[in-house]
Design a protein around this ligand. Sequence first.
Ligand code: PGA
Length: 248
Amino acid sequence: MKKIIAANWKNNGSKKFIKDYFDYFLKNLVSNNEIIIFPPDLYIDKLNHYRDKDNFNLGGQNMTYVCDDVTQTSGHSSDMFIDNGCNYILVGHSEVRGQYTACNEAAKSLYVSNDLQVIFCIGESADAKKNGNTQNVLIKQLEDLCKKGNYPKVNPKKVIVAYEPVWAIGTGNIPKIDDISFIHRFIKTYVSENHPFLKEKDIMVLYGGSVSLKNAQDILSARYVDGVLIGGASLDAEEFTKICNLKI
Ligand code: PGA
């Protein structure tokens, strides 16, 4: 089954790193999955030169939501990402939530264009998990996604949510596979019941947080998992390529 395999490079990379990475990646990629790489904005154009039809997709890591009549220093608009070859955008990652864009601000930037598919990141903190608040926290984050007024320009054809428990990011700890399935199902049910027009079949959920070659097959094979969002392990060209090549 075709899955989404996404690489979140965060603030890593250099021209030399990219050359070495793609020398390996393009030679060894034999994948039927949908691959997306999110490099730092400064390198998006550089990666775009390695694209060839459907070998991989490109995404931006954060988009500035700016009203039509406002200008913002350091902002990046959806048109700029599209102009540089992106067809995906990450919104609301926990490392920038509340820093560049508050969660509800991030949700306002959803679907400014159907050419740019949003991946909307959510996830509970370690404290929320410990206190049994995971579902309440996720509902609060998903509420923004489901508000009709948050689709200012176009109606999305589908929603992609990345479930990334904050306590799992970069720690080597992941939830039990059954717990991942349970939460993904919960997200699909909540969004389909509360979204103004999207149905369950239109809602995809990726898992993110310490995904590696060791656990990727198990996670990707779990029920209700449509793909993975990978940070640290995606910086190793060999490990990432092997994950891309997995057959589920
Ligand atoms: P990680 O990061 O795979 O290094 O845990 C995932 C993410 O932050 O998207």
